[in-house]
Design a protein around this ligand. Structure first.
Ligand SMILES: [Zn+2]
Length: 74
């Protein structure tokens, strides 16, 4: 009985994992396609804020990092 329960839990877990992976992936590509931002300092195009933040911290460490809402299209 314990074995059956474990199997069920494992199946539920893998289903959850797969749904999460699929959902996360499609959401990510939608975001990448829909949101285009550019660095205010050097106009380099960025696919999302995380990308932009990494770029900004690496390339413009002396400038204050703009807030997410100020670089993303409204
Ligand atoms: Zn830049």
């Amino acid at each position: 009985m314990a074995r059956g329960l474990q199997k069920e839990q494992a199946q539920a877990k893998s289903r959850e994992k797969m749904a999460k992976a699929a959902g996360g992936k499609s959401q990510l590509s939608t975001r990448a396609a829909g949101l285009k931002i550019s660095c205010p300092a050097c106009k380099a195009p960025m696919s999302d804020y995380k990308n932009f933040k990494d770029h900004f911290e690496a390339k413009h460490p002396k400038l204050p990092l703009p807030a997410e809402g100020s670089v993303l299209p409204a």
